[in-house]
Design a protein around this ligand. Structure first.
Ligand code: GLN
Length: 315
């Protein structure tokens, strides 16, 4: 990896290059939305050695939203094992939006855990197994990735989380008996995972934990069993960017996940975690600048998983 000095300079270059991009609109419904400048912009890199460099609005708090999904999927795998988890969710990309309701396959299971239906199936699995402790259990899990106590954004109102569309998805899952009766409990848990607050530096450290075999690079605490890491990263690679996962794989080539808060994280296995925050979103619900930054970053450093060994980008 390049030295942190070089990295910091490069992160500032990326900020300068894409700061003029004003396309897209921030999601109005996240808890942080009232206090957020649509043009806030931050980039961070955390290495598997625990080095951290960042640039821009790197202390601005935002919520995980859908970035929580691979971590919750990982927790479900650790807790119940692969077989039990995949009795509730498949591993196929959809080519559909994150909140699509027409995504149940023939066996009536959600396509994958990176879209809302699959994520709600995971929340329900965790919640129904232990309704009293499920909220605390997911906060403890996020705490292990964050290296500190996890907290919800102060503006969070869990009774407002979910909305009618997620309720409809949950009822459909209930109809097909993928989830149990406590629909509100499952949706509240889903709302909780979406509203965990952090900044871009912590997002990079979460990605670096995945890059580091599931162990937080600074605290040394294991956040995910090593045996489940491959499943999480594979699903991020194939499904993490919803109906633009193919384009992302082609142009960035890294396992990643986005959220409607404007955060995107990506994992360079064995090397580092990368994160961008900028709240204006494209039609897929991804940060507009975030996608641009990652394309440029991957091209400049030859970060695609399929970059020929020993080759520098563009050579
Ligand atoms: N809380 C959001 C929702 O379920 C998360 C969606 C996202 O980040 N893509 O609608």
């Amino acid at each position: 990896m390049k030295s942190p000095d070089t990295d910091a300079r490069f992160l500032h270059e990326l900020l300068d290059r894409f700061r003029g991009e004003r396309a897209g609109q921030a999601a109005g419904y996240t808890p942080e939305a009232p206090g957020t400048d649509q043009d806030s912009f931050a980039i961070a890199l955390a290495s598997v050695d625990g080095e951290l460099v960042s640039a821009g609005d790197d202390r601005h708090p935002f919520t995980l939203q859908s970035i929580s999904k691979p971590f919750i999927y990982g927790l479900a795998l650790d807790r119940f094992g692969r077989e039990a988890v995949h009795r509730k969710v498949n591993v196929e990309p959809t080519g559909e939006a994150f909140n699509s309701i027409i995504e149940l396959e023939e066996d009536h299971l959600p396509y994958n855990p990176m879209i809302n239906s699959g994520a709600i199936a995971m929340s329900a699995l965790l919640h129904h197994a232990d309704p009293r402790r499920s909220g605390a259990a997911i906060m403890e899990m996020f705490g292990r990735y964050l290296g500190r106590t996890a907290q919800l954004h102060p503006n969070t109102d869990l009774s407002l989380e979910g909305g009618h569309r997620n309720q409809a998805i949950a009822h459909l899952l209930r109809h097909f008996e993928v989830i149990g009766d406590d629909i509100d409990g499952a949706l509240q848990l889903y709302g909780r995972q979406c509203t965990v607050a952090l900044d871009v530096r912590e997002l990079a450290l979460m990605a670096a934990t995945l890059a580091n075999g599931g162990v937080h690079p600074r605290t040394g605490v294991r956040a995910l069993e090593r045996t489940h890491l491959r499943d999480v990263l594979t699903l991020m690679f194939t499904c993490g960017m919803y109906d633009s996962s193919g384009n992302w794989a082609y142009s960035v080539g890294l396992p990643a996940k986005s959220g409607v808060s404007g955060g995107i994280l990506a994992v360079v296995p064995g090397r580092m975690g990368l994160a961008v925050y900028s709240p204006r979103l494209d039609a897929h619900g991804h940060s507009v600048r975030g996608v641009e930054v990652f394309k440029a970053w991957s091209a400049a450093w030859g970060l695609s998983m399929f970059e020929p060994a020993g080759g520098e980008a563009g050579t």
